[in-house]
Ligand binder design. Structure first.
Ligand code: AHR
Length: 679
């Protein structure tokens, strides 16, 4: 056995980085383990030009489902900050949900909701606290989304809108003028009411004003509350009570929860599709996601119910999505409604799909055109100026726009969809339009969606499918025969679903095998994103998801690591490889080159229950280093990473020597990503 043949084996045996000297002994064992299995040869001719493939193949699909945004990625710590929760969202909800009166040492007060003089029409409700007696303390308290997490020494930024309504009303009220000043103590407390730090804010007069402060936590607590304590007997109005950790992702104001954002950034996504999913077309026409409602000062954004059964503040709005894309080097891929609402709207009422009245369509089409100007227009254009005012004078560089999300293709849909596409093609031919092809890999909506896309010669079509691991393995050649002259594919939503909806290694490896086909067909499949992305424990409407989290923990699934390995090791050139005996569903292979670095990356997925010895033959490897780095994900096919998993399954790195010919053994149930750097 040539020395490099032996050396490479140890990487999979002990799953650690290794040096040349210690490799020999261990590799002998590995060689014996696989001695009886037939050897598969993988021949790659590096001298032959490869096939250019999409450099943006793997990215993210973010939707506010499972409390992914409010209560999740969006770092706001106060729940129902604007007093806009409604019984139409959850039967037990009302504008005061998550808020309660706290009264101590003879303090007396009552809390009510008002709407007579709101901050603005997008934010109609506010809280009125009547302080009948200050006593030791009286105020209101919010426990956040399952508690507020604070860490000792960390600073929390506080802001709210307030106005004094009256002073000492019981006795007919005391007159006060615009310069009269009032104090408001804001405190973080533990569940027993002990202080974790506080700030004293002052405000004047009877008009709405925004006040801000900061609190540095004196102690760590996972279940803190925010308590607001007026110091004056009388009535005070409060709205948009907000608390953010200063330590957001990249320190952004109105920013993202750092650990979650870092978890997403670590996937190395080339694009992010947002804000949904079914969230986009909405539960009935009034619930459509209208991008203009989600930009500008947060207190002016229109909050509304979330099709997934909770509330969206729009605090994580279009500016924040675009900024996050930019922060992590991902292309923004927004989705706008196609002028119809979700076909599953009003589940119980069964209202179904409905289209905007045709008389409203010109204004709606203009809204879509305005998005392009907002994203790309100069800072002195009407919509570009709004982007600049938010702190981003430079254009965001929008290239793609998806219209619609897996709609039922009806005449009402088609008419509106065509109107939007025609206007975009005329006014913004530089924007590539992504059409939609229903929720399944085949069937009527799929065919009709493709028919329209072909007819309009759209750039791409968005396909969605959630199927069993077996389906993915049976469909490894789905895209081989797609017509390259037609619109390209954006596989916008996919996941291998086990019957019990667990995220097993088995499902992850089915996805990995499928992703090798996406690479092989990376000349026609331009983008692909797993779905859904995030899910908060205890607030999950859809399983499986890629990453589960609580307020304090992030639990990436095994499937997450598959996405990460492909995201970090994508290339832009697909190298023809010859596998003998030919590829089968149990052993799938892809080889790519990253033209920027010159690195060659080989991915081998063994879906079988036995180790598979392979011999890799590289013709023209003189420009490559003689050591490869291999990331391996393998184990029990039923393994699951969740909050109870003691030792989550994660990729293991090894290094080994390589040459023009070298042996490798793909462990049973494994994904192996072998990266051979350029010299
Ligand atoms: O990913 C979850 C949902 O699945 C999306 O909102 C929708 O597009 C699809 O049906």
């Amino acid at each position: 056995m040539p020395i490099f043949d032996a050396l490479k084996l140890l990487g999979r045996v002990n799953h650690v980085s290794c040096c040349v000297v210690c490799a020999l002994a261990i590799s002998t064992l590995a060689a014996h383990a696989a001695a009886d299995a037939p050897v598969t040869t993988i021949a790659i001719d590096l001298d032959q030009p490869g096939k250019p493939i999409s450099p943006d193949l793997f990215g993210l699909f973010f939707e506010d489902i499972n409390y992914a945004a409010d209560g999740g990625l969006y770092a706001e710590l106060v729940q129902n900050r604007s007093f806009e929760y409604q019984a139409t969202e959850q039967l037990s909800w009302n504008p005061l949900t998550c808020w309660e009166v706290v009264a101590r040492g003879g303090g007396q007060g009552s809390l009510d909701v008002a709407a007579s003089r709101p901050l603005n029409s997008n934010n109609p409700h506010y809280a009125v606290l009547d302080v009948a007696r200050v006593g030791d303390e009286v105020g209101i308290r919010n426990a956040g989304f399952d508690g507020i997490v604070v860490r000792a020494g960390e600073t929390y930024d506080l802001s709210l809108f307030v106005r004094q309504l009256y002073v000492e009303r019981r006795w007919g009220g005391k007159p006060f003028g615009p310069e009269d000043q009032f104090d408001l103590v804001v405190r973080l407390e533990d569940p027993a009411g002990k202080s974790l730090g506080e700030a004293k804010l002052t405000y004047r007069g009877r008009d709405w004003q925004r006040v801000e402060g900061e609190i540095t936590a004196t102690r760590s607590e996972d279940d803190a509350r925010l308590v607001l304590l007026p110091q004056t007997q009388g009535g005070v109005a409060l709205d948009v009570i907000s608390l953010f950790p200063r330590d957001t992702f990249r320190g952004r104001k109105n920013g993202l929860r750092r650990d979650l954002a870092e978890t997403l950034a670590a996937l190395h996504p080339r694009f992010i599709r947002f804000p949904g999913g079914c969230l986009v077309h909405g539960d009935g026409l009034p619930n459509m996601y209208r991008w203009k409602d989600t930009i500008g000062p947060v207190h002016e954004r229109r909050e509304q119910s979330n099709i997934w059964g909770y509330h969206q503040t729009a605090g994580l709005g279009y500016f924040e999505y675009f900024q996050f894309c930019e922060d992590i080097g991902a292309k923004p891929l927004p989705v706008v409604p196609a002028g119809v609402c979700c076909q599953n709207s009003g589940d119980t009422a069964g209202t179904g799909q409905d289209g905007l009245p045709l008389a409203e369509m010109p204004a709606y089409v203009q809204e879509v055109l305005d998005l392009v100007e907002w994203a790309n227009g100069p800072a002195d254009s009407p919509w570009g100026a709004k982007r600049a005012a938010a702190g981003h004078p430079q254009p965001f560089g929008l290239e793609y726009l998806a219209v619609g999300n897996e709609e039922h293709i009806t005449p009402a849909f088609e008419e509106r969809f065509r109107m939007i596409c025609a206007a975009l093609a005329e006014k913004h031919p530089e924007i590539s339009i992504i059409g939609t092809a229903g929720p399944s890999p085949d069937g009527s909506d799929f065919e009709q969606g493709w028919r329209i896309a072909n007819d309009l010669q759209l750039a791409l079509v968005d396909e969605h499918y959630y199927r069993s691991p077996e389906w993915f393995l049976e469909n490894l050649h789905r895209y081989d025969d797609y017509d390259r002259a037609r619109p390209h594919v954006y596989l916008g939503e996919y996941a291998a679903h086990e019957r019990d909806r667990r995220t097993t290694l088995r499902s992850a490896l089915a996805e990995a095998a499928y992703m090798t086909q996406l690479e092989r067909n990376g000349d026609v499949v331009q983008f692909a994103s797993y779905a859904p992305l995030l899910a908060k424990r205890g607030h999950t409407q859809w399983n499986p998801d890629l990453v589960y989290f609580t307020n304090t923990r992030v639990a990436p699934t095994i499937n997450y690591y598959v996405q990460q390995l492909f995201g970090a090791n994508c290339g832009d050139e697909y190298l023809a490889s010859h596998t003998s005996p030919a590829d089968d569903a149990a052993l799938t292979v892809s080889a790519v080159r990253d033209s920027a670095s010159g690195d060659v990356i080989l991915k081998i997925v063994n879906n079988g229950a036995e180790p598979r010895p392979v011999q890799i033959e590289l013709t023209g490897a003189s420009a490559l280093a003689d050591e490869a780095v291999c990331m391996t994900l393998s184990g029990d096919p039923q393994a699951v990473n969740d909050f109870n998993t003691r030792k989550p399954l994660t990729p293991v790195e090894s290094t080994f020597a390589v040459g023009e010919k070298f042996d490798y053994e793909a462990a049973a149930h494994s994904l192996n990503v072998i990266r051979i750097p350029a010299k």
